[in-house]
Design a binder for this molecule. Structure first.
Ligand SMILES: C[S@@+](CC[C@H](N)C(=O)[O-])C[C@H]1O[C@@H](n2cnc3c(N)ncnc32)[C@H](O)[C@@H]1O
Length: 281
């Protein structure tokens, strides 16, 4: 088996390509990782050199190759009810406040949803909140879940999960209540799934077609982007929120150095961000 080596110049070229395509900044120390992941795809697609790989990627003719390269380079790590506190804040603070004014609709965006655990955890939280509080959720309650990875979105949309993935955050009680056993897998129940609509979206591109949201989850993805991109994405997330809308970021992410549009709200469960009343945007 021949290994295609990647020279420092070629590595630099690939780094630029990946940053332009999806915003991900590869560190200098990822040369070995990139070589081994690209070699797998180079073999699979019958490509004989790195130059040919870049030619096919840039020609925009081979979309499947581009999709697979982005999949291979992104981190899709996720779990159910990740960090717990966002879902607790949703239940204890945000949903009571939002539902008090009896709005006609509630729109939530899971902006880098990976294999679906985040939007489905949100939908389960909504279901648990509404149980025992009939009529508390607006008639039109929707979760839009987006990701750059078509592969992740296909998995998410199937709504089927194996034991190992469910063991990462789903209690036995929730398993019995919100999933149906299907052979080796479990399928998310239709009442949880029907609230979630999946679609492909690159966070580097426009969000205008999605409309406005009351709550945005954009968790554990900004960490991969440059400061300029973080600034740009946070500004556009602010524009995608209704007045006083809510923003959840990952535990190690904060808008503080990149945006003045948000204020920090501390709750007993953890921290969430909220669009300021007068943003000066
Ligand atoms: C680490 S996962 C986070 C999943 C989930 N939000 C969570 O916190 O568990 C990061 C996700 O961001 C997606 N991603 C990376 N770059 C992206 C981009 N430019 N636009 C949209 N999604 C992107 C990846 O495909 C991956 O599914």
């Amino acid at each position: 088996m021949t290994i295609v080596n990647i020279s420092p110049n070629e590595y630099e070229e690939f780094r630029r390509f990946l940053q332009d395509a999806c915003g991900i900044l590869l560190g200098d120390n990822k040369h070995y990782l990139v070589t081994s992941r690209l070699n797998r795809l180079i073999r699979e697609f019958g490509i004989d050199s790195f130059g040919e790989l870049m030619r096919q990627l840039k020609s925009a003719r081979n979309n499947q190759l581009k999709e697979r390269i982005i999949d291979a380079m992104t981190t899709n790590e996720t779990l159910w009810f990740r960090d717990r506190y966002p879902f607790e804040i949703l239940k204890s603070t945000i949903l009571p406040e939002l539902s008090a004014s009896r709005p006609k609709q509630l729109r939530i965006w899971s902006a880098a949803c990976s294999s679906g655990q985040e939007p489905y955890s949100i939908s389960i939280t909504l279901q648990e909140y509404a149980t025992g509080r009939p009529g508390s959720l607006p008639p039109l309650t929707q979760i839009t879940a987006t990701d750059i990875s078509a592969t992740m979105l296909r998995d998410a949309n199937s709504g089927h999960y194996d034991r190992m993935s469910l063991a990462r955050g789903i209690s036995e009680e929730r398993l019995a209540r919100f999933f149906i056993p299907r052979g080796e897998k479990w399928e998310i129940r239709p009442e949880i799934k029907s609230r979630v609509a999946f679609r492909e979206l690159n966070l580097l591109q426009s969000y205008a077609a999605l409309g406005k949201f009351d709550i945005v989850f954009c968790r554990n993805v900004l960490i991969y982007f440059s400061s300029d991109l973080k600034r740009d994405i946070l500004a556009r997330l602010a524009q995608s929120l209704n007045p006083r809308g809510w923003l959840f970021l990952g535990g190690s992410e904060s808008p503080t150095s990149y945006s003045e549009a948000f204020e920090l709200v501390r709750t007993k469960e953890g921290v969430v961000y909220r669009l300021k009343e007068v943003t000066g945007r």
